[in-house]
Design a binder for this molecule. Sequence first.
Ligand code: PRX
Length: 668
Amino acid sequence: MSNTDQTLANLLQEDRRFEPPAELAAHANLTAEAYDRAAADREGFWAAQAERITWAEPFTQVLDWSNPPFAKWYVGGKLNAAYNCVDRHVEAGRGDKVAIHFVGEPVGDTRSITYAELQDLVSQAANALTDLGVEAGDRVAIYMPMIPEAVVTMLACARIGAPHTVVFGGFSSDALASRLEDCQAKVVVTADGGYRRGAASALKPAVDEARTKAETLGHTVEKVLVVRRTGQDLGENGWDDAVDVWWHDAVDSASTQHTPEAFDAEHPLYVMYTSGTTGKPKGILHTTGGYLVGCSYTHWAVFDLKDDDVYWCTADIGWVTGHSYIVYGPLANGVTQVLYEGTPDSPERGRWWDVIEQHGVTIFYTAPTAIRSFMKQGREIPDARDLSSLRLLGSVGEPINPEAYVWYRHVIGGDRTPVVDTWWQTETGSIMISPLPGVTAGKPGSAMIPIPGVAADVVDEEGTPVPNGSGGYLVLTEPWPSMLRTIWGDDERFKETYWARFAKQGYYFAGDGAKKDSDGDLWVLGRVDDVMNVSGHRLSTTEIESALVSHPKVAEAAVVGAKDEDTGQAVCAFVILRESALDSGASDGGDDIVAELRKHVRKEIGPIATPRQIMVVPELPKTRSGKIMRRLLRDVAENREIGDVTTLADSSVMDLISSGLSGGKGDE
Ligand code: PRX
């Protein structure tokens, strides 16, 4: 039995069940009938969900799927996403409702923003961006800490029809530069820095570097709009009057009056870069109408949202979760939410629980990796806080192991709260597979079944659905409103990556493996391609390999994701050094070269991509056709007995690798 099968067998013995609380079930937004209703008339169901949104012009057709895989949803409809997230709530008399309780990392640095105030801020930012020359269709890059201005900027872009591309603030200037170039961003919005782990952490210098690099790639960024967040020194050459503009100069003085224009339902809303199986990140394109319907509907249904809820999603706006479940879904639904700038343990370990207690958070959405780290710290920390306001917990980003699920429910949720394990992707735009909290008896570790309106299955190599009790590839079998429309500038790659694998059936292949248990419920097992999932963040093995081989001392590199107790998976790299490096004494893979390479990856991509281990090896295991056998390297990285080596070109390679490892491990 392979390791995966063994894990699965253990998982499938899970017989704990958690019924929905009676009170929640009695008033649930969505009940069991929705499954049948949606299956009977999927397009009719999605047409009904579209009523959650205010359309400036109604659509005439729900779905145009005449040219698959290029979908058009809500054809002919016109809307403005920012109007839907802000203005309409004010018009409905809810302007005094708090939209955002901002909690800065420095204790006491808080700010509450009502919908009426948000409307003013977004209008001002929209006017300021227009003054900087941004027009509908122009791309705006956002490289910011988790501060209200980040949300305001996203909405301001949506308001003027300028697709945004938010780049995670933890990414390096190189990663930022390649994204600026790929989407040809006209303007970058950033901050001097943000607060992380008790200190001001600079952002603006990385934008300056990225701008210079983009220039060498032939792309000119015209303006950089800078929020003063930390007040830190920008350095001697840290300001260019011809390009840089302070937010407090441009935005604060702008008019609070701005009329939102209605855009076509298929107008591009944003591009979000994510790792794929090649070195070049993919710009996932989401458009306006379908995306907004998908986010609004799922946020309302999966979190059973009520008007008096206080919602908190801990994701960063640099990831899709921040887009769909901080900005577009929650704000379209007129929610009150917490926005927190910092890390969970700053200034001390109970910070998140303090925020929940202080703001009376009722719905909390986070990632398994965070839950596991809290488990390690011990329950005394959350136990010392009053978490009784919580009524629903969510999990996203990676498979949640049953123990973490049960701990989350028990310790954080006081055994009252359902846990919704939500499966989705940057590409899907919104939640696809999840329990419904008022309907489903939760099973720790299973994301259960597709939500009403979504059709998913697990299929074998041929695309035939597997029977209950078997595993295979996770596919989405019908189009859905918030689906990606293409990869920015690369329709061919879009078709090839997602639609070619099961072209005959017309299925979208998600890249994940999954199993159906004996009840037909789904267990997502993780990626089956060369994508890793580290702390719920997607990284491509090839991207890190490219970063490694760009170092002058590295001849060849292979990267695998190895199981990690804390981060789900961790980056493990195997490198072959160049002769010249060997001559200079790096042959033993000593600490120096390992430290140097780790630093190099951090600089090229960002800290999240830093390998946990770098092993200097004399050879890499390859098939006769030269393909690296990552499976065998994964065995080494996970300290397992090495599997079948019969397809190796040179079967002694694994002995060489294993015997040489004692001096080559680079653990920190
Ligand atoms: O492997 C799956 C995993 O995260 C991948 C998507 O990553 P990304 O596009 O960065 O989006 C993360 C936030 C939606 C998926 O292909 N994944 C996400 N949620 C789950 C999950 N794996 C298991 N269970 C989940 N709930």
